[in-house]
Design a protein around this ligand. Structure first.
Ligand code: MN
Length: 232
């Protein structure tokens, strides 16, 4: 058997402190998982069930530590936003995972940016249409190397922050997640069979905003990693 066309490369993210790479299967994202961000998006932050959307696996942009990676300003938007998030890397798949067992399925953690064409997202949202054009575009998921959980532990608190050109824009804490990582895994695995290689972007704290060509974005999650990108 041979493929009719050459298969696409497997998207992968470096593992911190190793030459290994973590192969990415799917990217799941949680919407509105911090109360103050839900409010700034015009929603009631009461604890309604989490909701999810996806990005393609090849949206990842691996960003090495102590480096700045160029990310292209995407087409067809005039309101390109940053969202800094804790990212969970799944090492062991499963369905209907209980929150009590969820950490056993986590291979590691990273910090990532859920880059968003906010104008397109809102236009689609307001018409009840899918969010792909606003969320699932090329290079929309810059990410740090993945830190194995055996090194990082399973963080339930820690600063989550992002600065643009050195000025802080987002400042939150994992302890303020509406749905914790184990609860998020429990919900998500009711709808999808999680697979090794899945990434979960867990939602962003308040302070999202627009960036323009030339901006330098730095951000991270305490105890997990920091990344730096320039919009070109
Ligand atoms: Mn997000």
């Amino acid at each position: 058997m041979s493929y009719a066309i050459p298969p696409a490369p497997i998207p992968a993210v470096p593992v911190a402190g190793s030459t290994d790479k973590f192969p990415v299967h799917r990217i799941y994202c949680v919407g509105r998982n911090y109360a103050a961000h839900a409010r700034e998006m015009g929603s009631d932050p009461d604890r309604e069930p989490p909701f999810f959307f996806c990005k393609p696996a090849d949206a990842v942009v691996p960003v090495a530590q102590n480096d700045t990676t160029d990310v292209a300003y995407p087409p067809e938007t005039a309101n390109y936003h940053h969202e800094v998030e804790l990212v969970v890397a799944i090492g062991k798949g499963g369905r209907n995972i209980s929150s009590g067992n969820a950490n056993d399925h986590v291979w590691g953690y990273a910090a990532g940016f859920d880059m968003t064409r906010r104008d397109l997202q809102f236009a689609l949202r307001d018409k009840g249409r899918p969010w792909e054009l606003g969320k699932a575009f090329d290079q929309s998921a810059p990410i740090t190397p993945i830190v194995p959980a055996e090194l990082s532990g399973h963080p339930s608190s820690g600063r989550v922050w992002l600065a643009v050109n050195g000025k802080t824009r987002q400042e939150g804490n994992l302890s303020d997640l509406i749905w914790s990582v184990p609860e998020t895994i429990a919900h998500l695995s009711k709808y999808f069979e999680l697979q090794p290689g899945d990434l979960i972007f867990t939602g962003t704290p308040e302070g999202v905003g627009a960036v323009i060509m030339g901006d330098l974005l730095t951000g991270g999650v305490e105890g997990v990693g920091e990344l730096s990108i320039r919009i070109v």
